[in-house]
Design a protein around this ligand. Sequence first.
Ligand code: F6P
Length: 327
Amino acid sequence: MEKKVTKIAVLTSGGDAPGMNAAIRAVVRTGNYYGMEVYGSMRGYQGLIDDDIFRMENRSVANIIQRGGTILKTARCKEFYEPEGRKKAYDTLKKRGINGLVIIGGDGSFRGAGKFSQEFDIPCIGLAGTIDKDIAGTDFTIGFDTAVNTAVEAIDKIRDTADAHDRLFIIEVMGRDAGYIALHSGIATGAEHILIPERKTDIDHVIDSLLEKEKRKKLVNMIVVAEGDGFGGAEEVARHVKQKLPNADTRVCVLGHIQRGGSPSCLDRLIASRMGYHAVECLMEGRYNVFVGIQNNKMHYIPLQNAVKAKGKISDEWMKIVKILAS
Ligand code: F6P
């Protein structure tokens, strides 16, 4: 493990996130700057298992900083969850003489990397990349800012048509386990209610508040629902609302995967570039088996073994702000 890292592979794993390409670019160019040989693994850990790996020069990452998706493609690799899969991946790396690995992904990808780094002598560095922002220990994840801005742009448009027709819109945004996209986009678009997995949805309270608004002729209302909210998502909320408020002209809009695509925002490009650079620095300095996050605008290194989903971290103050501003 003390040997100098000279050949590294980079991969993207889990759900894609805008800014992953900027992170790949930063890893490749910083690695090359320090005289390392840099390789790309296709489809995350699967590329390691199948030996689907190719050499990346500085030119390989030209013209990608502004592109969504990931040029290395991504996958949720079931085989890597198993010890046999991880052994295959190790054999590929050993055969090629690759002695450092950079993983751009979420907490699940980091847990895989954590196991891998305990079992084998390949140092791993993770970069926090997920639109959900649900990794503990970092203020930012690559992709979140772009996804939220996509959601905001869409919800603003929905408000225009809602306003024209005096309608109630129930909008579902991504976030299977985390309400950050819902909370941020909901506050930024003036949503009347925001329903998230971190809080128990009090549907009766939502209905009462809509009834009260109906009485004072406030008919344009927006409810932003995270896909993983405990009540069952936008369709379920709408079904309930329609029963209790038959007069409300209600529509549902599920934003879905458009939130995962698109050109990354300036912020996502910046944090991806910083994290990618620091991932290689970690390998240079012997700071192994950590993932790179940002806290209070400073780089923050968390052991891969400690990578956990950030759950229930939404403060009551945020919920109070939603309530007060939506009256
Ligand atoms: O990447 C995170 C995420 O977008 C979640 O918000 C969402 O629940 C999930 O991925 C969807 O995954 P898939 O694209 O595999 O359906």
